[in-house]
Design a binder for this molecule. Sequence first.
Ligand SMILES: [Zn+2]
Ligand SMILES: [Zn+2]
Length: 172
Amino acid sequence: MLPGLPDVAELQLLFAQYNWLYFQGEIPAYRIAYNARFSNLAGRIVYKPPLIELSPKHLAGKPDELRETLLHEMIHAWLHARGQNPGHTATFKKKMRELGLRSIYHDLGKAAPLNESTKRYIIRCEKCTMELLRKRKPAPNLLCARCRKPLVAFEVVEIRPVELGSAASRAR
Ligand SMILES: [Zn+2]
Ligand SMILES: [Zn+2]
């Protein structure tokens, strides 16, 4: 683990704390994990199975960024749990403001066209961590080409691109 990052047990605790502090405990259990493979994502949420992943590379030594990224993904989880549209809707933005998150669009503004993928499924090999993105639901029982292990399919609903220098410019 990189220095300046909470370990996953602490992440899980943060999630629980924020859930009670800001969401009345309405968010169901999510696994919170780091994904070191993210190159242009700060965070990502998958609803099925429930999983929030954070980029260690982009969040190490940046507790505020980490908090904002986790809260951002938790708003998606919260809306989803309430049966509401979990996208970046007006309700989403209202909640962001309530939580004092700095920017309504939060990094999606500039980066969206490039990074907000239309691909909604991930298939991943848990052994070699190979990942593929797919637009359509992948067929069941796929095997990793390298390991011949069964691939796990995730439904991606939202990814959060890394800020492209926007935090620095806002801070000025
Ligand atoms: Zn594999
Ligand atoms: Zn989002």
